[in-house]
Structures are given as structure tokens and as C-alpha cells.
Design a protein around this ligand. Structure first.
Ligand code: FEO
Ligand code: CA
Ligand code: CA
Ligand code: CA
Length: 767
């Protein structure tokens, strides 16, 4: 009856021809995938080895705060108001009205109503190729080790490339990326489709460590030449690409003056409130204004003025700390280190700090050495976890870490559409279990004359502004709470953590989020802003740490809540593989009044990941064989407002490799109330149909599909394939991709790579 009530309400509000979708769908928080085989554990192990340490997994919780759980709010508010039996949709509609929103779409034209998917869905499969729909073609742009210059030899498939050459070779672990059109004059062109610069993140050194001759050499101390190669294989590649003389496929322009690597050793500058603060002082930069390197670059972003944003996610994994270091630290310092997982005696899975006395290696230990911070690297941990801007059009430009956007496990940084005279707004997620969603609102107001001004524009819009963290209320409303020193309890007298100044708030943004009671989410991965109506989507990849609503959580466990509602078991081979929310979901919100700078919003859950055969209260979005998926991670809106969803999964991989789907999204409020598996009420969007969500691509064996870009004419698409064959070893490989894309008998080493997808008839992708 609540659907009927909502339909009636919507008809009244929106008119009868705003068709109410048959049901709602929202993807719930995807759990962190690849539970049995994560990159960090793999990095530290040889095949068959048992972990001697317990590295911090992607997504492992370090959040001990006692923030009110959303379930508590549900219990307090919904039961008090007596609306548990189906009143959520109606109250959501009422809420939208109170926020000045319309449940039927609100501001702006919704061009997505005219969008339609035109391809035949790809079937789930476990083949060792990238599978695309009939009528589409796949080629490889570049893969690990490919030379960007004309002076280095081609990848030899035996790990013989020198460490030094990785300053000019494509790095490992392809992840987020962005296409920038390149004009004849060598400047940014938003419309140029046949020539561009492709910026690609290289997140980490992928098992089975194919960049070394025989994989990683075992031992408690690393081999210096291997570590040096790994340091240079991280970071970002920038390469010029151009369209082929026939067709829409594009290829690398080897030797282009724009080709460039940014690595974990590249000099960088700090900007914003923490620049020059004591917390950033190191032997490399005694005044705390510069640093070296970016790493664990996961998702990405870009700016309206034409620069690339790369995001430092699992930086905890490259830094170690000596046993007994706590004795040399203040209680305040220990609180800060522990909140980010840098506990006393923690060994880095990479063990880069064990490779020798050269400063290139020493700086990866955060242990206290020297008489002051400026004489050692005790603060090295604070120099990572930032949003980094790279100007791809200026070859020798120094990348900038913008401290105003906070320090946490940044998955990505996604801009709203820039509007003249309004602030520039970026959304960000902290990918760890129980962590938060943030947004940054610039102080400076957008001026289109800044397009093409590189770091000068970056300094204008990203050095000064307001950082907010999200609270999702159980009634479908939400609040952005300001993380500004002196406000909301963020003061020197705070008992959780005494914040000295704004730099301290930003370096310890997680602790600031704890203080204001931000909502703990199920591992926020990518976000995306719908260009047609400004609604913001964010994947919540999964959470195996949810417990039954009737259980008593211990440690970092969480009960389900309205925004992260499901508790169920994933069955593999007849036995329980994971409990909690193994398949994840996608949440979305609409800012009050359609204003990105608003401090309130309305939310629902767009889509729940699930196996098509799962129970209805698990498969809440009604997925079928043409669109069922698990653990959403990458997410991107193309120029037409089509939503692309990529997976990084460990729950459905007994049936299918990871994949990418195309979707025609609806709008916040187009669904209804529902009760999720485990009994928790939730607010879901309209159900998926085979017309609105469809599988476009399946990746090769044991890969993650992550990173997407498209030319402005929508005729050339780029997709990254990360860690194919990660369950294998160099001696017992499980994948030969990308060589296997065209040669089924290949025995070449598996490599992360960028694929180029075009339509055989030269048309636009997917429509
Ligand atoms: Fe590197 Fe959260 O994925
Ligand atoms: Ca990711
Ligand atoms: Ca992931
Ligand atoms: Ca399963």
C-alpha cells in the first residue's frame, strides 16, 4: 500500500505521465571484495607463504568511535512515529517537499528520460578475455611496462626492464583515469575527440609481481633494485593518444613530449591550511611545504579547469613503524596514528623501508629518528592520504597535494558541474569499512576564464574552502556537517582528540568526522554526479563485517541500518562464504534546492548488488541474468547522463569474472520503502529492468574492472583491467591477458592494461 500511496502522491506532485517505476532499486553498500585475496596481503607473500603479519586490508576498520548507528536513529525515530509499516516512502516524499525538492525530479531537464540502451547484454562468463557486445571491438592501448619513450625497449615479458626505466614506462595496477582533449596548440580542449592526453592511475604492484624477473624475492629485508622498481611503478602515467587513420580506436603516441610518469618519488608541493604546518615537517622538507611521491592511487577526479586529480587510498600499506615507537610519541600523536591504522610496530606489506640506508627507502618508515621532526621521517605518514593535482599539459609542472580536502583513504574526487559565480564542489569517499563520505566547497567562485590555467586555477579553487562530512538520517534526509576548527566541537579541548588548528583537523579528518558523529558507511568507493540533474551517486562496495540486527556487535562490527540495510549469507559451493552485505549497493542523494553547496540533502539507495537467484529481500532491485552483479566499485556518468558501473568482486566470482554495466538512472525518490534481508527497513529506488540496467562488458580472469573514460564524441571508450590472474603465480599462471585477448594459446605474463572499445559501425557507445 505504500507504493500506491507514493504513486498517488507523485501523481499529485508530478503529473500522471511521470511514470512511477514498478519498484525501487538502490544498490546497497558493496562489501569490500576480494576478501580471500587482497592486494596488500599478496604483496607481502610468496605463493604458499603464510602471512607473518596482518597487513591492513583495503577496507579494514580503524574506526573505534561510538557514533550513533543509523539503526539507533531508525529505532528512535521511525518506531516513535509509527511508520515502520510502509510509511517511509510517503515520509520521504514529504521530506523532499520540506527540503524544497520534488520527488519527481526537481530542477533541470532530465534528459535521461530519452536515453536508451541499444546493445545486447553480455552474458556472465569466466573467460580470459574482455567480452563486449556484438558489434563492438576491443584493442589494447597500453599495459604494465610498455615504454612511453622511443628510447626504451619494448616489454620483454621476463621482468628484465630496469628500475630506472619505469620513470618512462607504464606503471602497474591500472585504476582510475581521465581523457583530456588536446588542441593543435597543445592546450586543453574539452571537445577534442581525435587527440588527447590519457591520465591513468597505477595503484599498486600486482601479484604475482610480474614486473620482477622471478616475482618478489622472499625475505624480511627487500632487495633494493626491486623496491626501486616498485616505487617507480606506482603513481600516474600521462600519455598522448590519437585516433587511428581509420576507425575510432586510438593508440599511444610513443615519444610524445607530453608523455610523463609521476611516481612514488616525484617531488610535489603542499597547498592549503596544512602547508608549512609542523605535522608535515620532514628531513626532505624541514619547513613542511613539499614532499616526494604519490602512491596507492585508486579512483580519480578531474577539475573544470582541465587538470587531473589522483587520489591516495591505501597509503598505510607502504609505510612501517618500529616496535616501541609509541614510547617516543605523545598520547595525542598515538591517537592520530592509530586512527589511520599506523599502530606501533606495524610492518608495511611492501617493506620498502627495509631496502637499505638510501633516503629513497628510509623515508618509508614513520619511526621517530633524529632530534626533531625536521631531522627524520616521523611525519612521513602525514604526507600521504591527500588529493593530488597534476597538470598534464605542462610537462615539468610540480604536482600539488591540496590539504584543504582532508586526509583519509581517498578513493576519488568527483566534481559537480561548474556554474559561473558559484563555488566549485567535489565529492569524496574514504574507502575503509565504517568510514565516511565528504564534500569540499571552494571559497572562490567559478569563473570559466580559468579553464586552462593549470595549478594557478588549482590554487584558487582547492587551497581554500570548507570540508564537510555526511550524516545519513533514517528518514531519507541527510546533513553535511562542517569540519572547521573552532566549530562543532573541533577545538583544543576536545576529549576525543585535541585539535590544535585547522591543519590538525585536516590531517586527522577521520577523527574530526568521529567527533561530529558522521555516518559509518560500508566502504565508499567511487562517486559520480549526474550531469543532467546534479544528483550524486556513490558505490558502497560491500561489508563482511555487518552482523545480524539481533546480534550484539563487537569490535568494529556494525548492525545494518537504513542506508546500509542488508544482512545475509553468500553461499559458494553449498557453504557460507561471507556474511553481512557481500554484494554491496549504490547510494545516491539530491542536494537541497539542487544546490551543490547545500548543507542538507535527500537520499535513497539506487541499486542493490545481488545474484539474480537470490531471495527477494536480498535482490531488492529485481536484478535478472542480464544485469546481476556484485560489489560495485568504479562509477561514472558519461556525457549523455548514462551511468557506468564497474565491479571489484569476490562474492560472485564462482560464477563470473568482474564486469561493467550501463544504466539509465532514475531519480532520488522514484522508489519505495522496503524491508531488507535481516529485517531492516530501507528506502530503495525503482527496480532495475532489462531496459534500464544491462551488462556491457565482462573482464578476463581474476581481474577487477576499474577506471573509465570516453572521448567527448562518445565514440571511443577506455576501460582499465587491473590484476588479471591475481590468484596465480609466475610458475602457475591463471591468466595470460592481455595477450590472451587475441591469442588463446598465449603463455605470456598477465598484466594490468587499458583497453579501447569502439563500435564497429563507428557510432556512439551503448546508445
Ligand atoms: Fe583501490 Fe577502494 O579501491
Ligand atoms: Ca576502487
Ligand atoms: Ca574495491
Ligand atoms: Ca555467491
Amino acid at each position: 500500500h505504500c507504493l500506491a500511496a507514493l504513486a498517488a502522491r507523485r501523481t499529485a506532485l508530478c503529473g500522471a505521465d511521470d511514470a512511477l517505476s514498478s519498484s525501487l532499486h538502490m544498490l546497497c553498500t558493496p562489501l569490500r571484495s576480494r576478501q580471500p585475496f587482497n592486494q596488500e596481503t599478496f604483496m607481502s607473500l610468496r605463493p604458499g607463504q603464510t602471512p607473518a603479519i596482518s597487513p591492513l586490508n583495503d577496507g579494514e576498520s580503524t574506526n573505534p568511535s561510538a557514533n550513533t548507528h543509523i539503526q539507533d536513529i531508525i529505532d528512535a525515530r521511525l518506531s516513535r512515529r509509527g511508520v515502520l509499516k510502509g510509511g517511509i516512502a510517503a515520509s520521504t516524499t514529504a521530506l523532499f517537499s520540506s527540503l524544497g525538492l520534488s520527488a519527481c525530479g526537481g530542477s533541470g531537464s532530465d534528459k535521461d528520460d530519452a536515453l536508451a540502451l541499444s546493445f545486447d547484454a553480455v552474458a556472465k562468463n569466466k573467460n580470459d578475455v574482455v567480452t563486449v557486445p556484438a558489434g563492438y571491438e576491443v584493442s589494447i592501448l597500453h599495459a604494465l611496462g610498455d615504454p612511453l619513450s622511443l628510447t626504451d625497449a619494448a616489454w620483454a615479458n621476463n621482468g628484465s626492464e630496469s628500475a630506472e626505466s619505469y620513470n618512462r614506462r607504464v606503471g602497474d595496477g591500472h585504476d582510475g583515469m581521465h581523457y583530456f582533449g588536446l588542441s593543435d596548440a597543445g592546450a586543453y580542449s574539452a571537445s577534442r575527440a581525435d587527440r588527447g592526453l590519457l591520465c591513468v592511475n597505477h595503484e599498486y604492484v600486482v601479484g604475482p609481481n610480474g614486473l620482477h624477473p622471478n616475482g618478489r624475492t622472499a625475505g624480511s629485508a627487500r632487495v633494493a633494485s626491486e623496491v626501486e622498481k616498485e616505487i617507480y611503478a606506482h603513481g600516474v602515467s600521462i600519455s598522448e593518444i590519437k585516433r587511428n587513420s581509420s576507425g575510432n580506436a586510438m593508440t599511444l603516441v610513443r615519444g610524445s613530449a607530453f608523455n610523463r610518469r609521476v611516481t612514488s618519488a616525484t617531488p610535489m608541493a603542499f597547498s592549503g591550511p596544512a602547508r608549512g604546518n609542523a605535522l608535515l615537517q620532514t628531513k626532505y622538507s624541514p619547513d613542511g611545504t613539499t614532499t616526494r611521491g604519490t602512491n596507492n592511487n585508486c579512483g580519480n577526479g578531474y577539475t573544470p579547469w582541465g587538470t587531473y586529480l589522483t587520489c591516495e587510498e591505501n597509503f598505510t600499506n607502504v609505510i612501517g613503524r618500529a616496535t616501541g615507537d609509541n614510547a617516543k610519541r605523545s598520547a595525542k600523536e598515538i591517537t592520530g596514528l592509530n586512527r589511520y591504522g599506523m599502530t606501533d610496530g606495524r610492518k608495511s606489506p611492501y617493506l620498502w623501508d627495509t631496502a637499505g640506508s638510501d633516503d629513497l627507502f628510509v623515508r618509508w618508515s614513520a619511526s621517530v629518528t633524529g632530534a626533531s621532526a625536521a631531522e627524520g621521517y616521523r611525519n612521513t605518514f602525514n604526507t600521504f592520504g591527500w588529493i593530488v593535482e597534476i597538470d598534464p599539459f605542462t610537462a615539468n609542472s610540480t604536482p600539488v597535494k591540496y590539504t584543504a580536502l582532508g586526509r583519509f583513504a581517498h578513493e576519488g574526487c568527483w566534481p559537480c558541474k561548474a556554474v559561473a559565480g558559484k563555488p566549485v564542489v567535489f565529492y569524496m569517499g574514504d574507502d575503509s569499512r565504517n568510514e565516511y563520505i565528504y564534500k569540499f566547497v571552494s571559497k572562490a567562485l567559478w569563473d570559466a576564464a580559468d579553464v586552462g590555467k593549470g595549478h594557478t586555477a588549482g590554487a584558487k579553487y582547492m587551497s581554500e574552502g570548507t570540508l564537510y562530512v555526511a550524516k545519513f538520517n533514517s528518514d531519507g534526509s541527510g546533513t553535511w556537517v562542517e569540519l572547521t576548527h573552532g566549530k562543532n566541537g573541533l577545538t583544543a579541548s576536545n576529549t576525543t582528540y585535541p585539535f590544535a588548528d585547522q591543519a590538525d583537523v585536516l590531517v586527522h579528518a577521520r577523527l574530526a568526522g568521529d567527533v561530529i558523529g558522521a555516518t559509518k558507511m560500508d566502504r565508499p568507493e567511487w562517486g559520480a554526479v549526474n550531469p543532467m540533474n546534479g544528483e550524486v551517486y556513490m558505490t558502497l562496495t560491500n561489508n563482511s563485517n555487518r552482523v545480524s540486527p539481533t546480534a550484539t556487535p563487537t569490535g568494529s562490527q556494525l548492525k545494518p541500518d537504513t542506508a546500509n540495510p542488508r544482512y545475509y549469507e553468500d553461499i559458494k559451493g553449498g557453504t557460507t562464504s561471507q556474511k553481512g552485505n557481500p554484494n554491496g549497493h549504490i547510494i545516491r542523494w539530491r542536494e537541497a534546492g539542487g544546490d551543490p553547496a547545500a548543507t542538507t540533502f535527500a537520499w535513497d539507495i539506487y541499486l542493490f548488488g545481488a545474484e539474480a537467484t537470490a531471495a527477494a529481500n536480498v535482490n531488492l532491485s529485481g536484478l535478472t541474468a542480464v544485469n546481476d552483479f556484485s560489489s560495485p566499485d568504479g562509477l561514472w556518468f558519461d556525457q549523455n547522463g548514462m551511468l557506468w558501473i564497474q565491479t571489484d568482486d569476490g562474492a560472485y566470482t564462482d560464477v563470473t569474472n568482474c564486469m561493467m554495466l550501463a544504466a539509465v538512472p532514475g531519480k532520488v525518490g522514484d522508489g519505495s520503502a522496503a524491508t531488507a534481508a535481516g529485517g531492516t527497513p530501507t528506502i530503495k529506488g525503482a527496480n532495475a529492468t532489462e531496459a534500464t540496467v544491462r551488462r556491457f562488458l565482462v573482464g578476463p580472469k581474476q581481474c577487477e574492472v576499474t577506471g573509465i573514460a570516453m572521448t567527448p564524441d562518445r565514440k571511443t571508450m577506455f576501460v582499465n583491467i587491473q590484476h588479471p590472474g591475481e590468484d596465480g603465480s609466475l610458475t602457475s599462471p591463471t591468466s595470460a591477458w592481455p595477450a590472451s585477448q587475441t591469442d588463446a594459446t598465449s603463455t605470456k605474463r598477465p598484466r594490468s592494461a587499458t583497453v579501447v572499445i569502439t563500435r564497429s559501425n563507428g557510432g556512439e557507445i551503448a546508445v
